[in-house]
Write a protein that binds this ligand. Structure first.
Ligand code: F0G
Length: 436
């Protein structure tokens, strides 16, 4: 591939910056940068049918970059990255499940869950991290770093561990990530720091360090990383035979993911690979819902909140970095933002979990937001809906166990499935089976 196929551009003033320098904000106006794909040569290279056929032909790849659900679309994701420098497990290729209990509850005809918890470190962050760490290696970075609510850190640690000589550093809000998430960077040999502040505080402090030290920051302020997350949208439409669903529903924390999904969809539209962009519904937990509030209030001044406690700990973010990007793309899609309360989140999680598709509380926030939007008539019964489940339920086992065993108090727990404690004796089991 002859470079360059993409540039960095400020999302506010549009000033271009070279792709191969480490830079997260515009020197002129201080705003975020985003990767701009050079669409014209891609359009000239292949007609829409040929692009679809190419990506379909790669579905059978067993090894090499095309076995990845991210790098299958390499022409559209960091095309300037040499294939030999890709760091991949591989990732992606996650299933799109029908969830009949959600369809019944919503009175909808077609609702599916894109289960990103099926990625190597059990969250969608692997798609971003394969892009971010590959590019960091391409630029010769020695130390990659992120602040995290637990999933970005797990992904960073795993991908950094695959690169000889690369060190990972993660900054976590103390007591605010799950035990399973905390175990992941420890296991991968990553420098794991625990700070007595929330996620917003961790990110602020790490960004300060990055201004003075040569750390390669892999939070979603890094526009190269979130390029990989566009592949969630690419896979969804490919799995649906290149017919976009009516809605894509995404849980929102720092708002990098919904921005990336939207960006990817508009690129597919420009290339003619799809003929319309699905509407995006971004859902936050009520405890941390600046974007949902901004949406209700007509997107006036930027809303920042202090995040309160929520079972959806991974989206416990009061001041999303990609706020402007997300507002832009959600509005352009004709979608909106919604929020869901704790009881709604946990009941929605139990609803999906009981279908055998085990999701996390953050993902369940999206399900709860969808159910609210359906009940309010903002999504029609016949519209096809894809809900992005961002991480696996196994990373958040405490929330599941507390819901089913009745602790802590609060929340409806409409679907609690209690543990039955009985004597260690076959007769006790038989009496139970006989309903005695
Ligand atoms: N769902 C899960 C499971 C997450 O871990 C995150 C973000 C989100 C949803 C929201 O995505 O931030 O792009 O809007 N987790 C980050 C982290 C903040 O550090 O792992 P977003």
């Amino acid at each position: 591939m002859s470079a360059p196929h993409a540039t960095l551009r400020c999302i506010a003033c549009g000033r271009p910056w070279p792709l191969d320098a480490i830079r997260y904000t515009c020197d002129d106006c201080g705003d975020l940068l985003e990767v701009t794909l050079d669409i014209a040569p891609l359009r000239a290279l292949r007609a829409p049918d040929a692009w679809r056929a190419l990506f379909d032909a790669r579905l059978g790849a067993r090894d090499g970059p095309h076995a990845s659900g991210v790098w299958r679309y390499h022409e559209l994701i960091l095309p300037d990255l040499p294939a030999a420098e890709i760091v991949t497990f591989p990732e992606g290729n996650t299933n799109l499940y029908r969830v009949p209990p959600v369809e019944r509850e919503a009175g909808s005809t077609d609702v599916r869950v894109k289960h990103e918890g099926e990625n190597p470190t059990l969250s969608f962050k692997d798609r971003g991290m394969t892009a971010g760490v590959s590019w960091a290696r391409h630029l010769g970075a020695r130390v990659v770093a992120c602040a995290s609510t637990g999933d970005t850190s797990a992904a960073l640690a795993a991908y950094a561990a695959r690169v000889p000589g690369m060190k990972g550093l993660v900054v976590l809000p103390r007591g605010k990530v799950t035990a399973e998430q905390l175990s992941q960077p420890l296991a991968a040999g990553c420098l794991t720091l625990s700070l007595p502040v929330d996620f917003d505080g961790c990110l602020r402090i790490l960004r300060e360090v990055c201004r003075r030290r040569p750390l390669h920051l892999l939070n979603s302020v890094n526009p190269l990383r979130i390029e990989g997350q566009k592949a969630i949208a690419f896979e969804i439409v490919q799995q649906l035979g290149w017919r976009p669903p009516d809605w894509i529903v995404v849980p929102v924390g720092n708002a990098g993911n919904i921005s990336a999904i939207g960006k990817g969809l508009f690129e597919l539209l420009e290339l003619g690979i799809i003929d319309r962009v699905p509407r995006l519904l971004g859902v936050q937990a009520e405890a941390a819902a600046p974007l949902a509030r901004a949406c209700r209030e007509g997107y006036g001044a930027r809303v920042r909140v202090t995040a309160n406690e929520t079972a959806a700990t991974a989206i416990r973010i009061g001041d999303p970095v990609s706020y402007d990007r997300a507002v832009k793309v959600v509005r352009a899609s004709g979608g909106f933002f919604e929020s869901a309360g704790e009881g709604e989140i946990l009941d929605a999680k139990a609803l999906v979990d009981a279908s055998g598709v085990y999701i996390c509380p953050n993902s369940a926030t999206a399900v709860a937001g969808f159910l609210k939007a359906r009940a309010a008539g903002r999504i029609a019964a016949a519209e096809q809906v894809v809900i992005v489940a961002t991480a696996h339920g196994c990373k958040f086992s405490q929330a599941t166990i507390e819901y089913h065993t009745g602790r802590p108090e609060g929340g409806g727990r409409r679907r609690a499935n209690r543990i039955v404690e009985i004597d260690a004796d076959a007769g006790a089991i038989e009496r139970l089976l006989d309903g005695a």
